[in-house]
Write a protein that binds this ligand. Structure first.
Ligand code: CA2
Length: 147
């Protein structure tokens, strides 16, 4: 059976491509999903791709991924720096967790530079734009092949 990778996206990422392209790029979230689906197909992975503006919804999906996924890719967006609830949900997972940020958060305002999510992440990709999702997917495939 194909391994399943969940890709979860946090608040305001539904606005990608519509504002601030100089920071987040021109791709919409639908573009990113399509690119992830194409690569997942090549890599033989099942993909679940979701976005929510709500912390509790993201916690529910992380708990779902804990039961159903083989790896989890997450861009927690604004919850990166605030959410102990998301961190706790991630810490309860025993699958690889890949944290993705479109922008290089370490080069930005200091409040963006501390990630609670990184405490649970297997790896972090920041500053590669939408390509970061594809790098994360490839890394997930590599980790899963080495199991
Ligand atoms: O660089 C990233 O991927 C971020 O996770 C994006 C978050 C930001 O809070 C993090 O510090 C870094 C913001 C996502 C909001 O995206 C927008 C896109 C277009 C217009 C407005 C917001």
């Amino acid at each position: 059976m194909a391994a399943t990778v969940y890709v979860l996206n946090g608040p305001n990422l539904n606005l990608l491509g519509k504002r601030q392209p100089e920071i987040y790029g021109k791709d919409t979230l639908a573009d990113i999903e399509a690119a992830c689906r194409a690569l997942a197909g090549e890599l033989g992975l099942e993909l679940v791709f979701r976005q929510s503006n709500h912390e509790g919804q993201l916690v529910d999906w992380i708990q779902e991924a804990r039961e159903r996924a083989d790896a989890l890719i997450i861009n927690p967006a604004g919850y990166t720096t605030t959410s102990i609830a998301i961190l706790d949900a991630l810490l309860a997972c025993s699958i690889p967790i890949l944290e993705v940020h479109l922008s290089n958060i370490h080069k930005r305002e200091s409040f963006r530079q501390h990630s609670y999510v990184s405490l649970a992440a297997t790896a972090v990709i920041a500053g590669c734009g939408s390509h970061g999702y594809l790098l994360a997917l490839r890394h997930a495939a590599r980790l899963l092949a080495a199991r």
